[in-house]
Design a binder for this molecule. Sequence first.
Ligand code: AMP
Length: 454
Amino acid sequence: METMTEEKEEVKSFKDLGICDQLIEACDNLGWRNPTKIQLEAMPHALEGKDLIGLAQTGSGKTGAFALPILQALLESSQKSVQPFFACVLSPTRELAIQIAEQFEALGSGIGLRCGVLVGGVDMVQQSLILAKRPHIVVATPGRLLDHLTNTKGFSLRTLKYLVLDEADRLLNEEFEKSLDEILNVIPRDRKTYLFSATMTKKVKKLQRACLRNPVKIEAASKYSTVDTLKQQYLFVPSKHKDCYLVYLLTEMSGSTAMVFTRTCDATSFLALVLRNLGLRAIPINGHMSQPKRLGALNKFKAGECNVLICTDVASRGLDIPSVDMVINYDIPSNSKVRSTIFVGIHAGILSVPCLDLGRTARAGRSGVAISLVNQYELEWYLQIENLIGKKLPEFPAQEEEVLLLLDPVIDAKRISHAKLKESGVKKRRGGDDDEDDVEKYLGFKHKKSKKMG
Ligand code: AMP
């Protein structure tokens, strides 16, 4: 395998890389003046027709790195207008799939590009209508794509020229592995394959051997010197006062954008409600929410209407959020795999909680902070993390007296939130409809069951 290092050529513009004028204009319209590092390194090889393996995270511009060469190949193809199912991009999450499709659509708006998204949580029939229009690009999650390949009459990927496996490390999770194998079995072998992953795991290596041909390897992530701009700290807190510490951190940093990671979906909903009762602009995003609600929450956060996004690691990976000032790990993940992905990711500046776009926060002259709240029960997991990253993190200097001043309002907010959730549960059981105060309407999620917080 060839390995490409950044010391090579100093190419600056999209034109220098061989991107055609139509696409340069599209980049320009998106405000992309020059290629990002991953684009600089990947695109010349992609345009030469090589398979690629890219180690890069969301936020690096990797979507452009694979989308532009694919679009250019489509433009160069003599049967452009009748070239259905030219490329397929597989993503582990629905949101990421939608974001990828949005970038394709934006880049392809001037060339009549048709792009279809196939993700779960959306009506199959509606999606089969999109397939009937024979899009050039299909962006999909593996399960739903397989569902259509199996059940949608007349749909196949026989004409496929490009396959992209985005966030391949996650596509190889147990939940996708089987669908992925089946998909690989039914698509043409004679194609270009691009594999992007935040980390190089054994499974990714295996997949690379199985489905790429003499790929060029590009590592943009490890070259980022952004770690220094991210302050990582921990804060030991008694379990019963964890909420208080969270509120304290958020009010200390008021006006900043923050993502708060919790272990469970229920915790995201409950915490968001508590924080909103305290006047903070928080919104949850979790796997219990319907797809439109998840997107709605994400858009509210992106638009600045809410500045605190409360999410589970699973719901949040791969989201393209322009800049976040603070990441709070409200729970230390009990699952060692999640622990290592999140924390090693953060440490390497990769942030597999990929939302803290360090490049951008740094450009804006701010620096990111990642604070982990560790209680007495999580201490052992936390020490494992320190071992994993081979470094002891500094403690966040919290003023305990100030934190405890928040105790009464936080207890009140929790009581009100519990009551609201209970009330909304009763209303639902009675078949009552929404009123303005309905929790579901208020927070934009379907609450399953309230959970007492540790
Ligand atoms: P991605 O890593 O593909 O999720 O991209 C992250 C963000 O970077 C997206 O909002 C893109 O619109 C943006 N982006 C991609 N390429 C460029 C570029 N060359 N210049 C400026 N922004 C870019």
